[in-house]
Design a protein around this ligand. Structure first.
Ligand code: FAD
Length: 289
């Protein structure tokens, strides 16, 4: 069964990891993955550096996930800086190593770039290209419950998401959104606009003050009152912050599950110990040895 089919049958559960930099060893991430597999995730996704930076490491990690036989690898893939020919070569390479799930993205522009400097300007063009040339892939598309930072209105952003669905997206993976009410409002707007794909909700664990604020700001994501309280009360004490952040993340997962979501995707930040605490406390999955 592919991931979209799983999500139509029951709530999927998954993790995201990112590849280490070229000059860093891969073993710590492989160890993290071994721990994450114990939760029997339906899939593990691996990020891809827009502009192709570190693409080799992404392939190495996707292959390691595939070769583990433990779960489905989903590669992220961006069209920034990529020509059609290069995209064809890279996609064929994924298929050759047994990776047939992809999150098709435009990508964030590297510093100093204007435009994609590639053959595609937006993710919908990449989705269409994959659907035509590589129909073997199950394709995820990105959605922003708080609207993509560059877009002027929700209506426009949602109509762009609809185009990605119509071009062949199989399911939606969301940007981090701490505000579950906002997510539910957005999901209703998607339904009104004819978007019927299952939605996999991305949850960013709250573990340290500065990254929590930085990621919210860079993704245009709001900080609701209960998270602001954690930041205000524990922001100067990293240990207490992490404890309160883990509690906060667990509560957020409960709220999402009560909202009846199709999938829950935890951005692991490559930290299995903290993530295991969150998964165990929220009772989503039991750890298997
Ligand atoms: P698009 O769908 O192309 O949208 C980009 C912007 O253009 C939006 O504002 C949209 O409204 C607008 N738009 C879309 N189509 C049109 C059109 N036809 N005309 C005019 N405007 C249009 N980035 C990475 O570099 N590597 C990763 O591994 C990565 N992983 C991610 C994982 C998830 C789950 C998510 C949600 C995001 C991830 N990103 C990653 C970030 C993502 O690349 C950025 O959010 C990027 O800025 C937009 O990508 P997109 O695929 O949503 O682009």
């Amino acid at each position: 069964m592919n991931v979209a089919q799983i999500m139509k049958e029951r709530m999927s559960f998954s993790f995201e990891v990112f590849p280490p930099k070229q000059d860093k060893p891969v073993e710590p991430l492989l160890d993290t993955l071994d721990h994450l597999y114990k939760f029997k995730p339906d899939f593990v996704s691996c990020t891809y550096g827009a502009g192709g930076t570190n693409a080799g490491r992404n392939v190495e990690i996707c292959k390691a996930i595939k070769d583990s036989g433990k779960t489905i690898p989903v590669t992220h893939f961006t069209c920034i800086g990529n020509s059609k020919e290069k995209i064809k070569r890279e996609l064929q390479n994924y298929l050759d190593i047994g990776v047939d799930h992809i999150l098709a993205l435009r990508g964030d522009y590297p510093k100093g770039w204007e435009g994609t400097r590639g053959d595609f300007n937006y993710a919908n063009e990449l989705v269409e290209f994959i659907k035509v040339h590589f129909p073997q892939f199950t394709i995820a598309i990105a959605g922003d419950p708080e609207k993509h930072v560059e877009c002027h209105s929700f209506d426009e952003d949602i109509s762009h998401l609809r185009v990605k669905q119509d071009c062949g997206g199989d399911y939606i993976m969301t940007q981090l959104c701490h505000d579950v009410d906002q997510f539910q409002w957005w999901r209703d707007r998607l339904i009104e606009s004819g978007i019927t794909l299952p939605i996999d909700v991305g949850v960013m664990p709250v573990l340290a003050k500065d990254p929590t604020i930085r990621m919210a700001v860079s993704n245009g994501s709001g900080i609701p009152r209960d998270l602001a309280e954690v930041i205000g009360r524990y922001g100067e004490n990293p240990e207490d912050f992490k404890k309160a952040g883990i509690e906060y993340t667990v509560k957020q997962i409960y709220k999402y599950m009560n909202a009846g979501i199709d999938g829950l995707h935890i951005y692991s930040l490559n930290k299995w110990e903290d993530v295991a605490k969150i998964v165990n406390k929220s009772g989503i999955r039991k750890m298997h040895n």
